[in-house]
Ligand binder design. Structure first.
Ligand code: SF4
Ligand code: MG
Length: 326
């Protein structure tokens, strides 16, 4: 596997009146070319913060306090994202990496047609395209995401939520980026619509060969649509493995709890027991393994020491941060 995005030792703090709190700690993560990497975890686990940090969209009081993020161009050039100048960053976004935000379907401009919003992106980054070519490309993009080209003249309110979401995906793909990051792009939609959109995205990925980081709290979607899954808790990655491995054999008690929190889309039904308690606040992170107050398997070392993220002895291709697997 060839990496397209590598994150190492990434730390993010949020400044508060009471001092800095850790929002992300020691994040090591690789996105390989052409893969769909799923990022799961309850709200507040750091998933969105990670997306904002690697795209340099983090705003105060969030600050990157350490670590590195590199983008690897096809052909081998390595781009140090954290030290890009603002002008380079603007060119980088959309063209090499694009992001679809949480609630993005509501971020279309209500007073502009789909046509003008799609062609604006093209006009800003592809000045060499003539007006006619921009319109043709906008039609092509709409059809790519399964919307008939005659909807180009529509205003956002004339489209369903699922269509608006697909327009946002079309915009993200407009300049053929190598990486697309989707932060809970479908939570406002019903499960059937979410699956349709995700299936389309995975087809497009195969056709256009981009890589995807897909962020959601619903792990059942990731099991079905991603190649690999990283699970976050309290600002750290606690487990990382192939989607099928996570489904068959979750090693971290939190991963197991997440799998029992959402109805499986396929395969045997699991009892939906959920996870007791609620995720920790950044300002009151438990000592040791942050999951220990909620973990049914907690034992002596758990409250005192942070378990390192490491491969379990019998399975070198995955990683887990739990004292049970040390
Ligand atoms: Fe549970 Fe301990 Fe493993 Fe944390 S380290 S998940 S508390 S067993
Ligand atoms: Mg979020």
């Amino acid at each position: 596997a060839e990496p397209v995005l590598t994150i190492s030792g990434l730390n993010v703090d949020y400044g508060t009146d009471a001092g800095a709190v850790h929002a992300l700690r020691d994040i090591d993560l690789t996105l390989n070319r052409g893969e769909v990497l799923g990022l799961a975890g309850e709200s507040g686990s750091g998933k969105s913060t990670l997306a904002y940090a690697v795209t340099r969209l983090l705003s105060p009081p969030g600050v990157i306090t350490g670590g590195e993020v590199h983008y690897h161009r096809p052909g081998g050039d390595r781009v140090d994202i954290l030290s890009l100048a603002p002008r380079e960053l603007r060119a980088f976004r959309w063209q090499e990496l694009s992001i679809v935000f949480q609630g993005a379907m509501n971020s279309l401009n209500p007073v502009h047609t789909v046509h003008s919003q799609l062609t604006d992106v093209l006009a800003a980054h592809r000045p060499e395209l003539k007006k006619r070519q921009r319109t043709d490309r906008a039609k092509e993009l709409l059809e790519l995401v399964g919307i008939s080209a005659d909807r180009l003249a529509a205003y956002p309110h004339q489209l369903s939520g699922g269509m608006r979401q697909r327009v946002m995906i079309a915009m993200a793909l407009a300049l053929e980026p190598e990486i697309v990051i989707m932060d809970e792009p479908t939570t406002a939609l019903d499960v059937v619509m979410q699956r349709q959109i995700l299936r389309r995205l995975v087809q497009l990925r195969e056709q256009l060969n981009f890589s995807v980081v897909f962020i959601t709290h619903d792990i059942s979607l990731l099991i079905e649509f991603s190649d690999r899954i990283a699970i976050m808790y309290g600002g750290r990655i606690v487990e990382q493995a192939g989607a099928a491995e996570i489904y068959r054999d979750p090693r971290h008690p939190y991963s197991d709890g997440l799998l029992h929190s959402f109805p499986a889309l396929h395969g045997p039904r699991r009892e939906l027991t959920g996870i007791p308690g609620s995720p920790p606040h950044l300002s009151a992170m438990p000592t040791g393994c942050a999951f220990h107050p909620r973990c049914g398997k907690a034992f002596a070392p758990c409250a005192g020491r942070i378990p390192p993220l490491a491969p379990p002895a019998d399975s070198p291709g995955r990683t887990v941060a739990c004292h049970l697997h040390a």
